[in-house]
Every structure is written in C-alpha cells, then in structure tokens.
Design a protein around this ligand. Structure first.
Ligand SMILES: O=C(O)COP(=O)(O)O
Ligand SMILES: [Mg+2]
Length: 227
C-alpha cells in the first residue's frame, strides 16, 4: 500500500502563481485531497496561513512569522516577542524611514514576534539598527523581516510534528528562500522551486525546473502515493 507523504509548504514564491503574486488556484484541490498532514510554514503573520488552511479546507497546521508563531491545531506557541523588533522600527522611523506598507498596514498589524519592511525601503540602516538590538534582518524576496535569530520554521515544524505525530523523515518540503533552509534541514526530502534564492537552492536536495506553483505542483504529482 502506498500513502501520500506529509508535506510542508512555504507560501510566497512556492504556492504563488508563476508571475509571482497571489495563490495559484491549482494548488487548492491537491492540498485538500492530500492524504497526509499538510503544514503551511511561512514568514507571513499568523492570520494568513490560518486563513489559507481554512479556505483550502485542511486542518490548521501552521508555522507563521518564520517560526515566531506555531499552531499545532490545539496549542499556539509564541516563541519570541515583538518588543525588540518594534524598538528597531521606532529607531528606523526616527532616522526618517518607514515600513513602506502605508499607514494602516495589514502586513504588521497582527504580527506578534517580528516586523516586516517593504523591499523598496533602505535595508542598510535597518540592518545596522537591528544589530544594535541583537536582531537579524532576513530578505525572503517578498519582505525584509526584523527578527530574533532563534525562531525558525524548522523548529516550528518539529513542534507540530511532535504534537500531530508526523514522521519528518517521510516529509516532503518545498520552498523558495532563506527562511526555508531550516525546514529543508528538518525533513527527509526537500525541493527548491526554480525561482528560489541561492541559499535555498544550495540547501535543497533538489532544485526544480519550474517556478512557483508550477514547481510545487510538479513535486505533488511526483510524490503523491509514494510512501
Ligand atoms: O513573508 C514573507 O516575506 C515570505 O513569506 P513565505 O515565507 O510564505 O514565503
Ligand atoms: Mg517563500
């Protein structure tokens, strides 16, 4: 008998349409029909992956904020606090800069452990201020994230795996950026989509020929029923 392997999927760059933005609707049915746990592991704030699971129609197994917030379906674990990242933002603003999302932004509104800054804002002063507070700045290709270095998606995935009983050796991960490296290291099989950054490509077991959801759909096709 064969079964589907558990999945861990990034959102931006991985479930997105080949042009780069918006969830590709072709992923909905295969994820809904997947016969094993599907973990959504993202840098986005907690409500986004929860809503994605809700609308796809799958259990809410979520790593949000790059591991800052983890939801096992029963318990929420918040593994950092926003205070230091908020202080970085205040200093960044005092130096004349902004997050670049507009005055009432939904990007940071529900963010509990980090701050995201638009890629069109200057990163050098952001990195300097973050370093003063002992924080790191990572570039996912979709935003700069000012965060504690400790939380990561891989640790969040391990928390969920332990709770739900997922065998990570059997688990297949797909991702596109530096924030997926810890996920790739935690699972048995990892794939970087063709649009992935160099760090993710180097960390993945395999680099796919196709970009965004085309790459992810190719993986789903390939690993479905393979266990
Ligand atoms: O929030 C981001 O910058 C990227 O999100 P992702 O981890 O789902 O790609
Ligand atoms: Mg991504």
């Amino acid at each position: 008998m064969t079964d589907d392997p558990p999945l861990v999927l990034d959102i931006d760059g991985t479930l997105t349409r080949p042009e780069g933005w918006g969830i590709d609707p072709r992923v909905f049915d295969p994820l809904r029909d997947w016969d094993a746990p599907v973990v959504i592991a993202t840098g986005k704030a907690f409500p986004y992956p929860v809503a994605l699971c809700h609308f796809v129609g799958i259990p809410e197994l979520v790593v949000a904020e790059n591991g800052g917030v983890v939801y096992t379906g029963d318990d929420v674990f918040v593994t950092a606090d926003r205070a230091a990242a908020q202080a970085v933002l205040e200093d960044y603003r005092a130096a004349g800069y902004e997050t670049g999302w507009g005055p009432e932004n939904t990007v940071n509104r529900w963010r509990e452990t980090e701050i995201a800054v638009n890629l069109d804002q200057p990163v050098d002063p952001l990195r300097e201020i973050a370093a003063d507070y002992g924080l790191e700045v990572i570039d996912t290709g979709y935003a700069y994230h000012v965060k504690d270095a400790a939380p990561n998606k891989g640790d969040g995935l391990e928390t969920i795996a332990e709770h739900v009983g997922i065998d990570l050796e059997r688990t297949v991960a797909v991702g596109d950026s530096i924030n997926d490296v810890s996920t790739f290291e935690a699972v048995g099989r990892s794939f970087a989509v063709a649009n992935a950054d160099e760090t993710a490509k180097a960390a993945a077991d395999e680099v796919l020929a196709d970009v965004h959801a085309d790459g992810t759909l190719a993986v789903l096709e390939r690993v479905r029923g393979s266990e």
